[in-house]
Every structure is written in C-alpha cells, then in structure tokens.
Design a protein around this ligand. Structure first.
Ligand SMILES: Cc1cc2nc3c(=O)[nH]c(=O)nc-3n(C[C@H](O)[C@H](O)[C@H](O)COP(=O)(O)OP(=O)(O)OC[C@H]3O[C@@H](n4cnc5c(N)ncnc54)[C@H](O)[C@@H]3O)c2cc1C
Length: 422
C-alpha cells in the first residue's frame, strides 16, 4: 500500500490585505503567481465579493451592463488560490509594532505582512443641504444601484463636478433620458488633466449631446422641501432645478489606519516603488498609495494615481517584493473614460508647456493629441482611436524622439515609427 504524506499546513503568519478591490485582489493573485506560499487573508468591508468599478458610472447606469457581470474574478478563484476572502469585515485599528490588526467585530488578527489597499472615498460637499435625500455619491456598487433606482422617478439631474466620473455620469443619465446639468467650479472641464484644447473639445461634445454645462461656478447650497433636494444654488445666486444630484467632486484616500499607526502619509500612504511604507512589514497599494514611479520622463516621480492600471501594476510590484523577486513597475500610466459614444484613452501624463500635436480631426470625434517634451513623446490622448493609444504607449515607454510632422500625418502608420532603444 502506498501512502502519500498529507501536505503540511503553512503555519507562517499570514499576509493580511485590507481592502478587497482591484489593488487587494491583484496583490493576492500576483503573490500566488510568484510562488508566495504563506496564508493570505483578504478583508473587505463591503458586503460584495470584489467587483469592477468602471461600469458603475458607465454601463450599469445606462442599463447596458448587468450586475451579475461585474465580478472581478471567477467564482472559484479565491478558493483555488488559497486566498481567504472575508467580506463584510472592517479593520478598525492597527498596531504596526505588534503586527496586529483589530476588526470591527472585536477580533484581532496577527500578520506577517500587512497590505493596506483601502482605496479612497468620495469627498463630501461642504454646503448646507448636502445631506438631503436625492443627493448621491458614486464609489460603490450600492451607490450606483441607488442612482439607477432614483433615475426611475427623476427627469432632471444635476451633476456637481466636471471630472471623469461626473462627465461619465452625465452622459449615462442623458442616455437614460434625463435633462442633465453639470456644474464645474473651474473655467474648463478636467483642467488638471487636459490642456484647454481637449477641455474645449469635450465641452463641445457634451453640449452637442444635450448636456448643459455651467463652468466657473461654485455651489453655495442645496435646497429642497420635505428633506428632498430640489435646487442647486450657485455662488452667483442662480438656481438649477433638479430631482436628483450626483456629486463627482473627487476622492480622499483612506489613510486612517496608517495614520493612527504612525505610518508616514502625505496625500496617501507614502511608499517606495515596491509599495513599502515607512513601517516594516506594511505595504500600501492602489488609490490609497502615494508611490514612486521610477520610469517617468525626467526621473522617478512620486504621485498618487487613481486608476485601475495603477492599482494593478502597483500591486504586481508589491507582490514581487513579497515573493522575493522585486520588480518595480517601469511602464507608462494609462487611463480610459467612456462618455457618450466617445472612448477616451490616455497614456502618460502631459504637463503645461508640452508641445501638443493633433492627428485627425476633432470634429469627427476620432483623433489623437500627442504631447512632446523636448522632442520626446511623453503622453497621448486618443478619442475613438484605440490602435493609436496602444502604439503611443509603446512609443512613450521607449522615450521615443519623434518629428511632430510624422505624428500629425494620419497617413504615417505609428507602427512604422522606430522606437528609441531603452
Ligand atoms: C464610478 C467609478 C468609475 C471609475 N472608472 C474608471 C475607469 O474607467 N478607468 C480607470 O482606470 N479607473 C476608474 N475608476 C477608478 C478605479 O475604480 C480605482 O482607481 C480603483 O478602484 C482603485 O482600486 P483600489 O483597490 O485601490 O481601491 P478601491 O477600489 O477604492 O477599493 C478599496 C476597498 O477597500 C475597502 N476598505 C476601505 N477601508 C477598509 C477597512 N478599514 N477595512 C476593510 N475594507 C476596507 C473599501 O470598502 C473598498 O472596497 C473608477 C472609479 C469609480 C468609483
């Protein structure tokens, strides 16, 4: 009779990950792929298993995407990879010296390594009436379902904030037949991310599709009757009538656990390029991390990005260190946004002063805007040009010096432009 020894249980102190969304899930997955074999506990305060957030402001609101397609991983993924996913559990305090974490039900978890993947939460609007019924935030699946439900009985919506989420919500609500007004306090849309040429293009695109934009105006109060919002009052005294309000005024990173444990924070948890924080054994990944990107044009740059790419690539880098095979992310940040029928894809981070080169015709809603710094391609914004987005990512990563006339000339295939050698 042959006998197989039962596999020995790994009794190492676990990797505990707080936050079961993109960064937390990717960290667990990459750690396993790289051979990390200690137990992994993935804690999430939301009641749902990890799910995709981008559709919450896009297909889920228009009705094109259904809730049952949102799972981030297949049903067997967590058990197959020995990842102990625990939803509906919130971490409330951290003792980094003792390597323990306390949960909201009073339990205490001991960890070998801890990952803070706590993401970010919506900023609140500091005016009276912000707590009226009919005023919505959008970060979670439950938030999105609430907005979708409210739309059933609302015909006029006011979106406060003309950033990516606000503009996506505006397009989705307009597609559902609502009369939509967007209020933005800056003089132009997405002023932090886009040069005036792109902001103005987007403003035109939204107005053409029936979205009313009020730019350069702050909100003084939300008012209503019977505790339900009816007006957005602006700083010039004018009022916008509405049945619902959606706030898209940015997020604040969830740093409380780190801060309370004395871990260095400044607009997020400060980490190196491998996600390591100032406390031994504690890493931070995703929207909550203010991290170092080693391969930015001009040298290593610290920044807190809010994107799926940054969450996934940051988690992969942190997992590589956990598995003893350190490999910082050396690619180009990228992001996308869907508004009306426009697929915006962004690679790299342009800065004021970069030379902008247009390829294609903005009027046709198919074009790319490239950004050169000292003759080197550093960023590209593409609208309905997915192939150009993909090629520009490669050219940017290779720090390619390009004659702007080649970029401008739509008959020149971007693939034919030789990449600089790294
Ligand atoms: C509506 C919407 C649309 C978006 N669209 C795009 C897009 O098109 N493209 C793109 O690149 N990005 C998009 N983003 C941004 C993207 O979703 C985020 O960058 C990404 O979710 C960040 O992942 P994360 O894991 O770092 O944090 P999060 O996704 O914020 O997850 C953090 C998780 O941690 C949990 N948590 C926090 N504190 C605790 C605690 N103490 N205990 C237990 N759990 C805790 C939270 O409940 C949350 O589930 C969008 C975001 C939203 C909200």
């Amino acid at each position: 009779m042959s006998r197989t020894a039962a596999p020995k249980a790994n009794t190492a102190a676990p990797l505990v990950i707080v936050g079961a969304s993109y960064a937390g899930t990717q960290l667990a997955a990459s750690a396993r792929e790289l051979g990390f074999d200690a137990p992994i506990v993935l804690l999430g305060e939301e009641r749902h298993a990890p799910y995709q957030r981008p559709p919450l402001s896009k297909g889920l609101l228009t009705g094109k995407t259904s809730v049952d397609t949102l799972a981030l991983r297949g049903p067997d993924f967590f058990t197959d990879n020995a990842i102990d996913l625990q939803t509906g559990r919130r971490a409330v305090s951290l003792d980094a010296a003792a390597r323990t974490l306390r949960l909201d039900d009073g339990a205490t978890l001991r960890y070998g390594s801890l990952a803070l993947a706590t993401g970010a939460r919506c900023r609140t609007l500091p005016v009276s009436g912000a707590d009226l019924a009919g005023v919505h935030n959008l970060r979670t699946l439950d938030d999105a379902l609430g907005i979708s439900d409210a739309l059933g009985s609302a015909s006029r919506a006011c979106v406060i904030g003309g950033g990516f989420i606000g503009l996506e919500v505006a397009s989705a609500l307009a597609a559902r037949g609502a009369a939509v007004t967007v209020v933005e306090s800056q003089e132009r849309l997405l002023a932090r991310s886009f040069p005036a040429l792109m902001s103005n293009y987007l403003a035109g695109a939204h107005r053409q599709r029936g979205v009313d934009l009020v730019l350069g105006r702050g909100v003084r109060a939300l008012t209503g009757e019977a505790d339900r919002v009816q007006h957005v009052e602006l700083d010039d005294g004018s009022r916008i009538g509405c049945d619902m309000v959606v706030l898209g005024i940015g997020v604040t990173p969830n740093v409380e656990l780190a801060r309370q444990a004395g871990i260095a924070c400044d607009n997020g948890i400060l980490t190196d390029a491998l996600g390591r924080s100032s406390a031994p054994g504690v890493i931070a990944v995703g929207d909550v991390a203010n991290t170092t990107l080693p391969a930015m044009p001009g040298g290593p740059t610290r920044m807190r990005l809010e994107s799926i790419q940054a969450a996934n690539d940051g988690a992969r880098a942190a997992a590589s260190a956990l598995a003893g095979k350190p490999q910082p992310f050396d690619g180009v940040p990228w992001f996308w946004s869907d508004q009306h029928a426009l697929k915006l894809q962004m690679a790299g981070l342009p800065q004021p002063g970069d030379e902008a080169v247009l390829r294609g015709d903005m009027q046709t809603d198919r074009f790319s805007l490239f950004y050169l710094r000292d003759g080197v391609l550093v960023a590209a914004h593409s609208v309905n040009r997915p192939a150009e987005h993909m090629h520009s990512r490669k050219l940017i990563a290779a720090r390619t010096r390009i004659d702007p006339r080649l970029l401008q000339d739509a008959s020149v295939d971007l693939k034919s432009i030789p990449r600089s050698s790294p």
